[in-house]
Design a protein around this ligand. Sequence first.
Ligand code: APR
Ligand code: ZN
Ligand code: ZN
Length: 358
Amino acid sequence: MRVGYADAVDAFKVDDLPALPPGPHDVVVEIGASGICHSDHSVLAGEMPFDLPLVLGHELAGTIVETGPEVTRVRVGDRVIGATKPACGHCWWCVRGHPYLCSEGVRLWNTPRYALDGDRAVPLFCGLGSFAEASTVHELSVVPVRSDLPFEQLAIMGCAVATGAGAVFNTAKVRPGDEVAVVGLGGVGLAVVQAAALAGAARIVAVDPVPTKRLLALELGATDALDAAPGEELVGRVQELTGGRGVDVSFEAAGRVDTITSAYRMARRAGTVVTVGAPDSASRLDLGGWEAVSSGKRLTGSIAGETHADRDLPTLVRLAETGRLDVGRLVTHRIGLSADDILTSFDDHEGIRTVITP
Ligand code: APR
Ligand code: ZN
Ligand code: ZN
């Protein structure tokens, strides 16, 4: 099978790897499209704590072409979106409302799916490994969707849209009239902007160094757009827009620690700060100890938008079908399954999402 994989930091290639045989609960998905997310780059750059080798790609949409004898969730011919956090529904985490921490999901992430050099087994990033022509995954890793939306849109709903919208709906629970700020306007940040608008936010301050991204944010529902600036300057501008208080909810979607600090400071006292981006695992956060208590703010990480895949992905599809979420605008480039083109896409700072059509 032709797959895009990394077997060492900074070593990415597209090559044929022998696929291991599917198990009774596995399905084979013919990949219709795969989005390229910043996290794929973070793994390749050694900034996320994942063991290599790994087949990259976790924004998957496609068609089921084969099912194991015990599969019940899907049938051949179903269109599916990949669930980055597969959930069993009955483990300690699932029954407490945290399916994105499912212990069975962790096991599925580590399931080997290809052989490398005869003896090394290669699992799939997020249990999906969508940089491929087809992928063998557990049935819990796919959510069937009855939708004619293009695969490229369905693919990026699996991570960018689910993560951004989930941070708004599930983690922050933005309320009508809230004032919010979004730092970082990639695929994830622009999903935050759109979901905040849907939730009825009265002010949405969008922050990014790239002018075209700020313009797009304004078209997708932001009310104000600010260039990235050193922490205090940026925080001052947000306070000017919010009666000196700061926003009710700030979101960090740039994947840096300096922007987490900025997002923290631009929230009002007793406000909520949601970190969505994934900074380098070796980085440290700069916050004052007194500030952490006396500000009364809630700093909360949002793991993949705290998405309940079976509940949230079909909802997001409906919102896209009815035009309430503009997912099409987030796809800006299309490429084939080529290592050079995938690596080039990581250096593109103007585009939003590049999608691979194998
Ligand atoms: N201030 C504000 N925005 C910034 C800054 C900064 N100092 N530096 C970079 N950005 C912007 C970039 O210009 C870009 O638009 O942050 C955005 C990041 O977007 P992408 O690289 O497209 O990342 P995306 O796929 O949206 O993911 C965002 O969420 O899931 C995580 O790992 C992912 O950390 C990443 C984050
Ligand atoms: Zn992602
Ligand atoms: Zn579980």
